[in-house]
Design a protein around this ligand. Structure first.
Ligand code: PLP
Length: 264
């Protein structure tokens, strides 16, 4: 037992009943990285290794009440948002996060659109709300290539397009954008920029198809390292190292795609 309080990190996201992505991945990541994880559930998915069989979003007042409970008493040193499902929920979360402005609480926005299996996790009309309301509140936004094209219309075909895509996302007002280029051919490369500074992170490609939960894990690892006091480039670098290890240790589960290993 210890009487020192670890940094607190809040995830606002969807539940994955299979335990590999979403809220469950976020809390496991936070445990592994030594912060206290808290969870505001925005939606519940019925999900396994084969995909998302259905999802149900919570009423905005239920999400707001959870946020008020946690932030009104415990507080957070960082917040991560993931699957928010609907325009009304994106708006609710954006309103509450706007109330944190000036308190120096970093916000990592994973602009979740679809799962690896191709299941939609965000209503089409919510994309506009995300651009106008949530992205301006983000310290870091972490789109993959599909999400970049959904947000900006920019199609990234090779590494040379990454900066143009990142600059298009910065137009919506986040401080930093991390464009995840893992689906490009060749060695995976992610580009981080605030419009002035630019960092490219490369990693070895692991020949492992059990990668469910990668995006959620990366965003919550970034939030955890920010809460532990790192600046954005070093939080991203450390989070990438954690996710790379988790992917290398991903394991089979069910008949489909297994999860990354948070406890590697
Ligand atoms: N389920 C939930 C609740 C999620 O938030 C996400 C992604 O953010 C997924 C599923 C998809 O995970 P993956 O694309 O890694 O399979």
């Amino acid at each position: 037992m210890t009487d020192s309080t670890p940094p607190r990190v809040l995830t606002v996201a969807g539940s994955d009943s299979g335990g590999g992505a979403g809220i469950q991945a976020d809390l496991k990541t936070m445990l592994a990285l030594g912060v206290h994880g808290m969870s505001v559930i925005a939606a519940v998915t019925a999900q396994n290794s084969l995909g998302v069989q259905g999802y149900w979003e919570l009423p905005p007042e239920a999400v707001r009440a959870q946020l008020d409970s946690v932030l009104g008493d415990i507080g957070a040193q960082a917040v991560k948002t993931g699957m928010l499902a609907s325009s009304a929920l994106v708006e609710t979360v954006a309103e509450v996060l706007a109330g944190l402005a000036g308190l120096d609480v970093p916000v990592v926005v994973d602009p979740v659109g679809v799962s690896k299996h191709g299941d939609a996790l965000l209503a089409p009309e919510a994309v506009e709300t995300m651009k106008q309301r949530l992205l301006p509140a983000a310290t870091v936004v972490t789109p993959n290539l599909w999400e970049v094209s959904q947000l900006t219309g920019v199609k990234v075909e090779d590494e040379g397009d990454l900066r143009r895509a990142a600059d298009a996302v910065l137009e919506f007002g986040p401080t930093w954008v991390l464009v995840k280029g893992g689906h490009l051919p060749g060695a995976p490369v992610d580009l981080l920029t605030d419009g002035t500074r630019e960092f490219r992170f490369t990693a070895e490609r692991h020949d492992n198809r059990h990668t469910h939960g990668t995006g959620c894990t990366l965003a919550s690892a970034i939030a955890s390292h920010l809460a532990l006091g790192e600046d954005v480039p070093s939080a991203v670098e450390k989070a990438k190292a954690y996710v790379t290890g988790a992917i290398a240790h991903g394991f089979p589960l069910g008949a489909g795609i297994g999860p990354v290993d948070h406890a590697w």
